[in-house]
Design a protein around this ligand. Structure first.
Ligand code: NAI
Length: 325
């Protein structure tokens, strides 16, 4: 390691089996500009000196950079979260010391949108029941009546941000009539992409055949979809959640599925993840995908390249991007 160069420390929890501890990708991006070192530490272990004296920190999910850690950073020019969430960093304490905290909010936008459509198609075209039937050596298409023509259906998005918009375009391409509810979307956003805006969440729930959740988890959206909201949905409708588990209350959704008051649910995320009991897992017409919607090797490469590029700018004294504080 050339000690005349600044140091970028990649902080990684020991529990996380980082497949590239040599950080070959980050080293490529930072070649000639900074040395790179992966530092693996326990979730609650103190930060070692090589992190406290680093010129920039790239942080995998896990180790907490609280106010105490921030106060001991000697010359850090940026803390970069390898991912979307930044709740593990005391952003206010960092701001007080003039240290930008950055994230990578868009590395999985396409994957999550693709996943929402994959769940939707699996439900509307009954892929899993058909697969089960075929593997039980049946060939009667017992679910034929449930296999819907997409062009006759309404796809309702809750949240029209990055992922919501990418999902809207995909749903439109499949022929759905696409509507959305997002109180914060700029007036006319829907006109740019040729979809329709509804005035309320209730209207979206009452009229949609697929309801797909794409808003963030906030104080306002926690438990957003509960018993009252499920009761508003058509019994033939499908609920898809690729946002955050705590936006949708698990008990009323599972109860509605068991009672046949909801045709199906495709959940990448679940309240109080993972599933807890065999009874939950046996809920009919339920697809669950382990909070994996963001996953792809391509997305990982994009995320790490972006983090390393931000670190490169920071150690060179250039403006950083994706700043959250
Ligand atoms: P974004 O910030 O671009 O869009 C969120 C949209 O939700 C915004 O347009 C906002 O106005 C809207 N919104 C906020 N409050 C709302 C409300 N009360 N009702 C309706 N709409 C509301 O975020 P992005 O990138 O589209 O991500 C959306 C969410 O997807 C993230 O917050 C995250 O929780 C989740 N996510 C899930 C992943 C997975 O692997 N399953 C991976 C990445 C993100």
């Amino acid at each position: 390691m050339n000690s005349s160069l600044p140091l970028v420390a990649i902080v990684c929890p020991v529990e996380f089996k980082f497949s590239d501890p040599e950080a070959l990708l980050e080293k490529q991006v930072l070649a000639g500009v900074a040395d790179v070192k992966t530092v693996q530490i326990g979730l609650n272990a103190p930060f070692p000196d090589e992190v406290l004296t680093a010129d920039a920190i790239i942080l995998w999910h896990g180790p907490k950079v609280d106010a105490g850690v921030v106060s001991r950073l000697q010359k850090c020019r940026a803390i970069i979260r390898n991912g979307v969430g930044f709740d593990t960093v005391d952003t206010a304490a960092a701001a007080k010391r003039g240290i930008p905290v950055c994230n990578v909010p868009d590395y999985g936008t396409e994957e999550v949108a693709d996943h929402a459509l994959a769940l939707t198609l699996a439900l509307c075209r009954q892929l899993f029941p058909l697969d089960t039937e075929a593997k039980q050596l049946g060939w009667k298409i017992q679910v034929a009546a449930k296999m819907r023509r997409l062009r006759t259906l309404q796809f309702g998005l809750v949240g029209l941000g990055r992922i919501g918009m990418a999902t809207a375009l995909r749903a439109k391409a499949f022929g759905f009539r696409v509507v959305f509810f997002d109180p914060y979307a700029t007036t006319g956003t829907h006109k740019a992409v040729g979809i329709e805006r509804v005035a309320s969440l209730d209207e979206l729930l009452r009229t949609s055949d697929v309801v797909s959740i794409h808003c963030p988890l906030t104080a306002e959206t926690r438990g957003f979809i509960g018993e009252r909201e499920i009761a508003l949905m058509k019994p033939s409708a499908y609920l898809v959640n690729t946002a955050r588990g705590d936006i949708v209350q698990k008990a009323p959704v599972f109860a509605a599925l068991r009672a046949g008051r909801l045709a199906g649910a495709g959940l990448d995320v679940v309240e109080n993840e993972p599933l807890r009991t065999a009874e939950e897992a046996a809920t009919p017409n339920l697809i669950v995908t382990c909070h994996a919607a963001f996953c792809s090797p391509e997305g990982m490469v994009e995320m790490r390249t972006t983090s390393a590029s931000i670190a490169r700018a920071a150690v060179q004294g250039q403006p950083v991007w994706n700043k959250v504080n």
